[in-house]
Each structure stands twice: as C-alpha cells, then as structure tokens.
Design a binder for this molecule. Structure first.
Ligand code: NAD
Length: 269
C-alpha cells in the first residue's frame, strides 16, 4: 500500500536528473502516485532537448502526459490545465518547483537590478505559483495539496542570493495567503525551504562551493542535505500524512536556519 495509491497530480519543474522536482517525483512514484509532467518549451521543436531530457526520466515511471509549459504564458497555462482535466478529471497534488532570474540581474547587487529583470524574476519565480493555484483550485479533490520550493535567502540576507531572495520572500508570503484563502475549501499550500542542492538553478547563485562548505561547518547536523531528503519531505507535505499542515515553510536544511552565529569551535586556532 502506497501513500499515493489512487492519487493523481502534476509536477512542474523537472529540467534534468538533478532537479529537486525529480527527487520529489521519485518518492511520489514510489508511493503509487499517477503523475503528469510539464517541461520548459523547446525553442526549436525539431530538436526537443528539454522534452527529451524530461521524457527520458519520467517515461519509465509511466508518466500520464508530458506537456510544454512556459509559466509566463497564460494561454499555455490554460491549455495545460485543460489537458490535465481531460486526462485526470480531478487531481490531488501539484508541485511547483520553478524559479528564474536573468543572470545579469541575479549576479549583481540588488540596487543594480533592472526593472525588466525584476519583473521577469518575480513573474517566473512568484506569480507562477499564483497562476498554478488559481487554475488548480477548481479541479482539486478535497484534501488537495500544492507545494513550492523556497530558500532561506527569502527570510534573511544570504550573500550572493540577491534578487532571488526578494523573489523567495514574495513566494513565501504567497504561500501563506494562498493557504489562508484555499484552506476553507480543504486545500493545503506549503513550501519547503531546502538547503543547497547542486542543480542548474543553483549554479546561477553565488559561490555554490562555498555555500556547501558553510552548511557543512555551521549546520547542526554538520553536513549538507541530500536530494533524497528533500524528495521525502516534499512527498510528505504533498501526502495526507501532512493533512493538518498548511501555510508552512518547512526547513529541510540540516538545521542551518536555527543558527544565529557560527559554532564556537569553527574559529579555534
Ligand atoms: P532546476 O534548474 O532543476 O529547476 C528549475 C526549473 O524551473 C527548471 O525545470 C526550469 O525549466 C524551470 N523554469 C524556469 N523558467 C521557467 C518558465 N518560464 N516556465 C516554466 N518552467 C521554468 O533547479 P532546482 O534547484 O531543482 O530548482 C527548483 C526550485 O527549488 C526553485 O524554486 C529553486 O529556487 C528552489 N530551490 C533550490 C535550491 C538548490 O540549492 N538547488 C535550494 C532551495 C530552493
């Protein structure tokens, strides 16, 4: 018996085998979920690189569908949700694991962020959660669960996280407002604040090697999280085991977020 036997849902945000969405997908599939997927549309349909990367991973799991979806495009979102309803009727979960900021705006200080870069980053990384929530609401079964991915840089300043920190602050606030609005309908909205995981998105943020070292040295567990740990926590929040949890940002970061300063032995001669 799996926790997701008879449950159906959609995963937005697999780019490759390193994606956090893939780690969560594997746990969902292991628990018996029926899943449909989207991928970033390919620029050249004759060379469907994005689609192929996703299909290679999810087809062996028995993916119910694999559809292109740019979350900046309302028509595409409408058409994807029409297909979801045609394929599944009602759904039980949606995973939102999407973020982007133009590199030139992400790598510099926040005071240099352009209006266009800010708008794009907020649109893809924050508004997309709202866009999915609004479209999923009418087709969610009672107990439906929406999950997004955030990072500590949305709560406090993490050098190098820059513009994405502003996005994550917005995303966490959206998680709370959506939870409060959708809760009376029996729907839950949560976020996982993950420690660093080496993915394509992470490579665009600060000095990733140093981030990993920081977590190894400062986090209570003195190590980095594994993708599998994020996968299991994601599956938990999407499952009925978490039926009493909503509006929550769950830190899956080996405890790093509780530290107010470095461990005292970090500076011993
Ligand atoms: P990833 O690059 O594998 O995933 C990001 C996904 O966003 C990709 O699938 C990409 O195709 C998608 N995307 C970007 N622009 C899009 C658009 N316009 N339309 C549709 N999809 C679009 O990296 P990841 O690290 O797995 O990131 C997933 C989420 O986890 C992000 O929200 C990220 O900020 C968050 N997160 C990552 C880490 C980490 O260390 N990797 C830590 C905490 C939170």
């Amino acid at each position: 018996m799996g926790l997701f036997d008879g449950k159906k849902g959609v995963v937005f945000g697999i780019a490759n085998e390193r994606s956090i969405a893939w780690a969560i997908t594997q746990q969902l599939a292991e628990q018996g979920a029926e899943i449909g997927f989207t991928h970033l549309p390919d620029k050249d349909p004759a060379r469907p690189k994005n689609e192929n990367k996703v299909r290679r991973l999810v087809d062996p799991l028995g993916a119910k569908f694999v559809l292109p979806c740019n979350v900046q495009d309302d028509e595409q979102l409408d058409s994807v949700f029409k297909s979801i309803e045609e394929q599944f009727g009602k759904i039980d979960f949606v995973l939102h694991s999407i973020a982007f900021a133009p590199p030139q705006d992400l790598t510099g200080p926040v005071y240099n962020v352009s209006r266009g870069g800010f708008t794009t980053a907020m649109d893809i990384s924050v508004y997309s959660l709202i866009a999915l929530a609004g479209r999923a609401r009418p087709i969610f079964n009672e107990g439906g669960s929406l999950l997004t991915l955030t990072y500590l840089g949305g709560e406090r300043v993490i050098p190098g996280y820059n513009l994405m920190g502003l996005c994550k602050a917005g995303l966490e606030s959206a998680t709370e407002y959506l939870a409060s609005e959708m809760g009376p309908e029996g729907l839950r909205v949560n976020a996982i604040s993950a420690g660093p995981v080496k993915t394509i998105s992470a490579s665009g943020v600060g000095d990733f090697k140093k981030m990993l070292q920081l977590y190894e040295t400062f986090s209570p567990l003195r190590r980095n999280i594994s993708e599998e740990e994020v996968g299991k926590s994601g599956m938990f929040l999407l499952s009925d085991l978490a039926s009493g949890i909503t509006g929550e940002t769950l830190h899956v970061d080996c405890g790093y977020h509780v530290m107010g300063g470095p461990p005292l032995d970090a500076f011993e001669p």
